[in-house]
Write a protein that binds this ligand. Structure first.
Ligand code: AP5
Length: 215
């Protein structure tokens, strides 16, 4: 079995998967694979995949599994892909999780731990509708909870799927399709619960301690 730290960051939209991935990336020298970011880059570049994905994303629905699994296969089969990696926003339903298991077994890799970041649902709407991203640096802020420094030179924009309507849809898609993965990975002894409702640095500390325990 190949070595390395192999993580899944699981959790509802807005729990802080992207925020924590950005912090963990350097700490662990790990690749950060965000299927949402890959899809948004494809939208920005106007590729065929991006144009078709956009219709699902803007409504808050999942992009078809075949597209997502193609992205993951391409990513993992890249010879320069590092030993340590974390999946942010993948897998998103049982079909993706099963296909991922098979894919990992084919390339002789296994998961270290699945980090289930939990935040009370009623806090997520504010986290998402007030989220802003910097076009230049990719940094993610929240106008109320994590505002950009006043002296910074940021070019902020709001994600197209952070409207109240799309957020409601994303949260219900999470409940129906992604939440069952908690039980799925728990039954495999791979799940660890992380309290995402605390300052970001404390969430990070809890994650790092948890990874140590599973290694
Ligand atoms: P994706 O990009 O994966 O979005 P998501 O899962 O909805 O998650 P978010 O990026 O919205 O939230 P996050 O948990 O990363 O939170 P963040 O750190 O930004 O997916 C988007 C779309 O792409 C999907 O709807 C779907 O259409 C498609 N897609 C992607 N993957 C797919 C797949 N596998 N299958 C099918 N379709 C797929 O934080 C949120 C806010 O909270 C920020 O403002 C941040 O500053 C703030 N914050 C973070 N941590 C804290 C804290 N500790 N305290 C206070 N504020 C905090």
């Amino acid at each position: 079995m190949s070595k390395g730290i192999h993580l899944i960051l699981l959790g509802a939209p807005g729990v802080g998967k992207g925020t924590q991935s950005a912090l963990l990336k350097d700490k662990l020298s790990a690749a950060h694979v965000s299927t949402g970011e890959i899809l948004r880059a494809a939208v920005r570049n106007g590729t065929e995949m991006g144009l078709s994905a956009k219709t699902f994303m803007d409504k808050g629905e999942l992009v078809p599994d075949s597209v997502i699994l193609g992205i993951i296969k391409d990513t993992l089969s890249d010879s320069s892909f590092p030993d340590n990696w974390m999946m942010d926003g993948f897998p998103r339903n049982l079909a993706q999780a099963e296909a991922f298991n098979q894919l990992l077994s084919d390339i002789d890799q296994s998961l270290t731990v699945v980090l289930n970041i939990a935040v009370p649902f009623e806090l997520l709407m504010e986290r998402l509708t007030l989220r802003r991203t910097c076009r230049k640096t990719g940094q993610v802020f929240n106008l109320k909870l994590n505002p950009p420094p006043e002296d910074g030179d940021f070019d902020l924009f709001q994600r197209a799927d952070d409207t109240e309507e799309a957020v409601n849809k994303r949260l219900s898609v999470y409940d129906e399709q992604t939440k069952p993965l908690i039980e799925y990975y728990s039954s495999k002894g791979l799940l660890a619960n992380i309290n995402g409702d605390q300052p970001m640095d404390d969430v990070l500390k809890e994650i790092l301690t948890t990874i140590d325990k599973f290694q």
